[in-house]
Design a protein around this ligand. Structure first.
Ligand SMILES: N[C@@H](CCC(=O)N[C@@H](CS)C(=O)NCC(=O)O)C(=O)O
Length: 234
């Protein structure tokens, strides 16, 4: 049995971590049975980040490597028939979400004041005093350092939002009027896309990035479609 180690759900989403939600969505899309193990214990994660899996004693970390592992062991019902061009397009779209849009979301949730007012109680409200005062401060300092290291954190707030908004407009064009990002059938890039878009559109935090996404009817409809298909009770 695949055990999925991920953060506990928050914000009425299957997961407030887009990477954790991506992997759970992939497991559902691929029809693979799994059990959730909700955890905050990053020090037990093989790479110090969530998600990771334990598959009957085999541990794999990082959503991308996990999906490659799952494809190798259980087959590839989602991407198996994609031609090289579609595969390349899927990779480029995935990287846009995970390696660029992600950083403006991180800024919005952890550094901008309205986001932090939402994130702090949602992620740390359950901690006992004095951890409730210390842990969020340490975690936020770490995120600030990561944003600085990446480079996104060196921009002004206006520039960070402009970059996120540009990503959203490009993604809306790429989806166009297709039901899924690579056409008529869902593929693994939709696990990334739906997880990230849900984490923009379905979180109670107003921001220029969310407004831009909400302004694209195709992105909102896509998000609803994926939620109804793969998380019908959520
Ligand atoms: N490339 C990784 C990214 C995972 C990731 O960044 N996870 C974040 C949550 S969204 C995390 O665990 N952060 C904790 C930390 O960095 O301390 C993947 O695809 O799994």
């Amino acid at each position: 049995m695949i055990i999925l180690h991920q953060f506990p759900p928050a914000f009425d989403l299957p997961n407030a971590s887009p990477f954790c939600m991506k992997l759970e969505l992939y497991l559902r899309m691929a029809g693979l049975p799994y059990r959730n193990r909700y955890t905050l214990e990053l020090h037990r994660a093989p790479k110090g980040k969530l998600p990771w899996i334990d598959d009957d004693g085999t541990t794999v970390a990082d959503s991308g490597f996990i999906i490659e592992y799952l494809k190798g062991k259980y087959g590839d019902p989602l991407d198996g028939k994609l031609d090289p061009l579609r595969r390349a397009q899927g990779l480029a779209i995935m990287r846009l979400f995970e390696e660029h849009l992600y950083w403006s979301l991180l800024y919005d949730r952890w550094i901008a004041a309205p986001g932090w007012e939402m994130t702090r109680p949602a992620f740390f409200g359950g901690l006992a005093w004095p951890l409730r005062a210390i842990v969020p401060w340490v975690a936020r300092r770490g995120i600030r350092a990561e944003l600085h290291g990446h480079g996104m954190g060196r921009h002004t707030p206006e520039q960070i939002y402009a970059l996120g908004v540009a990503d959203i407009h490009a993604l809306a064009e790429l989806l166009g009027d297709q039901p899924y990002f690579l056409g008529e059938a869902p593929t693994s890039v939709d696990a990334t896309a739906a997880a990230f878009l849900a984490n923009v559109l379905m979180v109670p935090l107003d921001s220029p990035v969310k407004s831009a996404a909400a302004g694209h009817a195709n992105l909102s409809a896509y998000c609803q479609r994926m939620a109804q298909r793969y998380f019908p009770a959520a």
